[in-house]
Design a protein around this ligand. Structure first.
Ligand SMILES: Cc1cc2nc3c(=O)[nH]c(=O)nc-3n(C[C@H](O)[C@H](O)[C@H](O)COP(=O)(O)OP(=O)(O)OC[C@H]3O[C@@H](n4cnc5c(N)ncnc54)[C@H](O)[C@@H]3O)c2cc1C
Length: 402
């Protein structure tokens, strides 16, 4: 089976690995000319870890992470450090925080040599779902495939070419993200601190450095001459160790992103021989830390459903279509309620006005820890469809040219 994957983000790479290990001939087209080691932290929950294990990536993933978050008190605090809510340990025990660059590296390393074509922008021929990619930046103009996986992110050109594309909507808040350049003592706690229209979160990486994010209600296109100075002004008087985290961060490595999600759930992730995957299919706000976890689940699901066909050089189109319809059914049912919930959590965190914040804080204080734990673990429970993709001997080859 010939598979063209558009986009070498977490979703595209996981999909390529899963289908390649099942025997498919996979090419990944990535428009960036180089894969630079940028990015900050990423929370991977037990559902994401399950997906990575199903894709045969359990060991490489374990090598870049640790259970450091599991030993810390987690929940929501006020800017003065008073706890509003504590999440029970069983809801955070399985959380693993990684540096995005590390995750990217282990995913690229797991591809067969020659899979990844950098500096090539790809899209599909149109709305009809013909599995052909149009290419810009390489030697050929178009490539036929049995399947095109559009993992081209939140601004997916493939999704925008579909008639049902709902477009994006701005959440009302934007986020700065950073990683300290040296270890910082988290003083026994992690999680989020909620103020008025402001939020700060922190989580430990394996080596003691800390991934942090600051979030502020603001117009999407706010022009800020010095982003790091703005973060300092907003958060440097908040509880410890927030000032120490900012002191330990290189200002040049702090970036702001407007937080968007899909304006409405898509009616389908599947048209003919083309499927949408990851943020292209279900861009959600990061308020549950599930976007990449869901992209991994998508990849593991698609790989499992196509595993019986992947090694076939001329797969029956009807059987492929059946598998893709099942992918569509399973993944819309799973991801769209999570996207809705993520949006709801963001709205609660950024509720406007003193009265609203007072009510929000009271609700958090009064919600039993067991209920918060049940809510968190409900999302974390997931298993791929029955046919898992076992790594095949000889597929451990490394991608040398980076
Ligand atoms: C502030 C913030 C914090 C987050 N925190 C978390 C978290 O803790 N946990 C979590 O699970 N998720 C988190 N997320 C969400 C997560 O980052 C995304 O869901 C995830 O990266 C989506 O992966 P993807 O592969 O679908 O898309 P992307 O990572 O966006 O990858 C898309 C790729 O496609 C390429 N591309 C685009 N167009 C083309 C084209 N035409 N041709 C070729 N290539 C193309 C792009 O260059 C890119 O490499 C967070 C998001 C934000 C904004």
């Amino acid at each position: 089976m010939r598979v063209a994957v558009i986009g070498a983000g977490i979703g595209g790479l996981c999909t390529a690995i899963g289908l390649q290990r099942a025997g498919a001939h996979v090419t990944v087209y990535e428009r960036a000319p180089i894969l630079s080691p940028i990015g900050s932290g990423l929370s991977i929950f037990p559902n994401g870890s399950t997906a990575l294990r199903a894709l045969g990536l359990g060991d490489p993933f374990a090598s870049i992470t640790a259970d450091s978050a599991a030993h810390l008190r987690a929940g929501q605090r006020k800017p003065d450090g008073t706890w509003l809510a504590t999440i029970p340990p069983e809801a955070v025990n399985g959380l693993r925080v990684v540096h995005r660059a590390d995750l990217h590296r282990v995913l690229v390393d797991a591809l067969n040599p020659g899979t990844l074509q950098l500096g090539i922008s790809a899209t599909t021929a149109g709305a009809e779902g013909t599995p052909r990619v149009e290419l810009e930046g390489g030697d050929v103009a178009s490539v036929e495939a049995d399947l095109v996986v559009a993992a081209d992110g939140i601004n997916s050109a493939v999704r925008r070419s579909w008639p049902a594309d709902p477009g994006l909507r701005y959440s009302g808040y934007s986020s700065w993200r950073g990683v300290t350049s040296r270890p910082v003592d988290l003083l026994g706690a992690a999680g989020e601190t909620w103020g008025t229209g402001l939020r700060f979160g922190m989580a430990p990486l394996r080596d003691g450095r800390v991934y942090w994010f600051g979030v502020a209600s603001m117009p999407a296109d706010d022009r800020i001459p010095d982003e790091f100075a703005a973060v300092r002004r907003l958060f440097e008087h908040w509880h410890d160790p927030i000032p120490a985290l900012l002191d330990a961060t290189d200002p040049a490595a702090v970036f702001r992103h407007p937080i968007n999600d899909l304006a409405k759930p898509l009616p389908t992730f599947h048209r003919g021989g083309v499927v949408l995957l990851g943020d292209a299919a279900h861009a959600m706000t990061p308020d549950l830390g599930q976007g990449a976890n869901q992209a991994m689940e998508d990849a593991a699901t698609l790989a499992a459903l196509l595993a019986p066909l992947a090694a076939d050089s001329a797969p029956d189109p009807g059987t492929v279509d059946h598998a893709l319809s099942e992918y569509d059914r399973l993944r819309r049912a799973r991801t769209q309620p999570i996207a809705r919930r993520a949006r709801g959590v963001g709205a609660l965190a950024h509720v406007k006005g003193r009265l609203g914040v007072g009510v929000r804080n009271a609700v958090l204080r009064l919600t039993p820890a067991s209920a918060l734990g049940r809510q968190a673990t409900a999302v974390q429970q997931w298993a791929p469809p029955a046919t898992e993709v076992a790594p095949r001997i000889g597929d451990g080859s490394r991608w040398p040219a980076r």
